[in-house]
Unconditional design. Sequence first.
Length: 228
Amino acid sequence: MRTVEDFKNGQVLLIDKPLKWTSFQVVNKLRWHIRRQFNLKKIKVGHAGTLDPLATGLLIICTGKFTKKINEYQGQEKEYIGEITLGATTPSYDLETEINATFSTKHITDELIYSTSKKFIGSLEQRPPIFSALKKDGKRLYELAREGKTTEIKLRKITISTFEITKIDLPIIKFRVVCSKGTYIRSLAYDFGKALNSGAHLSGLRRTKIGNFKVEDSLGIDEFIASL
């Protein structure tokens, strides 16, 4: 059992984020329960890398003095598994928003999918989605997007070391990707659809690793609360 001093001195908590929760909601929930359990007025709790609400999987939560290590953990390579749906795009590049355009997939073969996936391995430039938590002029991009405003988003340098197609069942493609900090898997799905002369959006995502931390070693939120 962890003590109050353990949490103050610093803990790394591996949490399996549930679907539809924001990373911020997970942090708030855990902070509230730690404070209640130990009768604390305040304690530092933060996460090392956002997961979108529609993604599940590994979230690293740091407490106390270990919040200083957040940047270190954020910079580590990440692994995801997920699925891309071909033939349609959405403004958010995932299922958060409705389909805004449809495209033919008749020309897409397994061979084309495998050969196109190889073009996405290595150092690339990627444009983050307009529906993201990045800031422009002090506002989150998703806030601008929801107001119907458009803005120029700069390309970012990213590295994808693995982009493996694990199953093809058109219009669904299942994949595993290993990538650098700052990579948007939603943008990868969108760009992949474009490269196939079609359209695509991300229809499922799970983060399985951050550096040497694995989702198999994580706890659900309720499991963590019970462990207190």
